[in-house]
Design a protein around this ligand. Structure first.
Ligand code: 6PG
Length: 263
C-alpha cells in the first residue's frame, strides 16, 4: 500500500479513498501487529480507541482468523458510564469485536466507567502494571495503540485545556472535561510515547483542518493533543480518508493537489 513517507520527524500519513478503505487498512495493520507480536513473544497487547470510527475496522478484524486467545485488549479511554451504556467504549468494542472474535474475558481489561473516576483510573493503572510486571514509574510498551481524533484535536480523552495533558508519570488518570461537563478516564501521553506503534484512524471533512494541525508541525503554531502523540522509539501512522486529507500540504511532487488516496 502506497504511503507518503513524510520527513523523519513527522508521522507516516496514508490517505485512503473513504472510511471503508480506512477500516480495511486498519484491519490489515492490526492483524499484522497481532501476528508479529504473538509470533515474537506469544502475546499481543493492544489498545483500542473509543468513538465511532473504529466500529467498521473492528467488524472487519473480527472476521480474520487470528490467535485471539493470545491478544490482550486495553482501552485508551473510557466514558464514566456503566458498561452497558451505549456511550461505553467497552460496550462498542464488545459488540463489534470482542464477542465476535471470542476474545477471552480474562484478556479484556475494561476500565470501570461505572466507578468513581479516580478509583477506576487507579484500578486500570494497577492492572496494566501487573500485566506488564512494571516497577513503579515504568511505562508499558503496547504493541499497538489505536487512536482517533475529535474535530477539536482531542485524542483518547486528552482534551484541549484539560489537566491530563500535563500528566507525565501516571499511566491512567481521571480527567474532568469542562466542555462535556463530564469526567473521563484516559491513558496519558507517556503511554502513547512508549508504544511500539500508534495508529490513528481519522475520517470526515470536519476533521481536515485538525489533521493538518496535528500532523504538520509548524514553529510557533499550537499543537493539538492528537499532534502531541509522538512515540519515542515506535512508529506513528495516520490512516485518513480523502475527506480528512484535503488540508494536508500538497503531494511531494508539488502538484498542488492534496495527496492522492493510496490504493
Ligand atoms: C472517545 C475516543 C475519542 C475518539 C474521538 C473521535 O472515547 O470518544 O477515545 O478520542 O477517538 O472523539 O471519535 P469518532 O471516531 O466518533 O469521530
Amino acid at each position: 500500500m502506497g504511503s507518503r513517507r513524510a520527513k523523519a520527524a513527522s508521522p507516516e500519513i496514508r490517505v485512503l479513498a473513504d472510511p471503508e478503505a480506512v477500516a480495511r487498512a486498519a484491519r490489515d495493520e492490526v492483524a499484522h501487529a497481532i501476528l508479529a507480536a504473538v509470533g515474537e513473544r506469544g502475546r499481543c497487547d493492544l489498545v483500542l480507541s473509543g468513538g465511532s470510527t473504529p466500529r467498521r475496522a473492528h467488524e472487519l478484524l473480527a472476521a480474520v482468523e487470528l490467535p485471539w486467545d493470545r491478544v490482550h485488549v486495553f482501552f485508551g479511554d473510557e466514558r464514566c458510564v456503566p458498561p452497558e451504556h451505549p456511550d461505553s467504549n467497552w460496550h462498542m468494542a464488545r459488540e463489534t469485536l470482542i464477542q465476535r472474535a471470542r476474545i477471552p474475558d480474562a484478556n479484556v481489561h475494561r476500565i470501570a466507567g461505572e466507578r468513581d473516576p479516580e478509583d477506576a483510573a487507579s484500578d486500570a493503572e494497577n492492572a496494566i502494571q501487573e500485566h506488564f510486571g512494571l516497577r513503579p514509574g515504568d511505562m508499558p510498551s503496547f504493541d499497538l495503540v489505536l487512536l482517533g481524533m475529535g474535530a477539536d484535536g482531542h485524542t483518547a480523552s486528552l482534551f484541549p485545556g484539560t489537566n491530563a495533558l500535563e500528566e507525565s508519570t501516571r499511566i491512567v488518570v481521571a480527567n474532568h472535561v469542562e466542555k462535556l461537563g463530564a469526567w473521563r478516564v484516559t491513558m496519558t501521553f507517556p503511554v502513547f510515547e512508549a508504544a511500539q506503534r500508534v495508529l490513528f484512524l481519522v475520517t470526515g471533512p470536519e476533521k481536515a483542518a485538525m489533521v493538518r494541525s496535528a500532523t504538520v508541525l509548524r514553529p510557533g503554531a499550537a499543537t493539538p493533543p492528537a499532534g502531541r502523540v509522538r512515540p519515542r522509539g515506535g512508529s506513528l501512522v495516520w490512516l485518513v480518508d480523502a475527506a480528512a486529507a484535503t488540508k494536508l500540504p500538497t503531494a511531494p511532487d508539488g502538484s498542488g493537489a492534496p495527496p492522492a488516496p493510496s490504493a
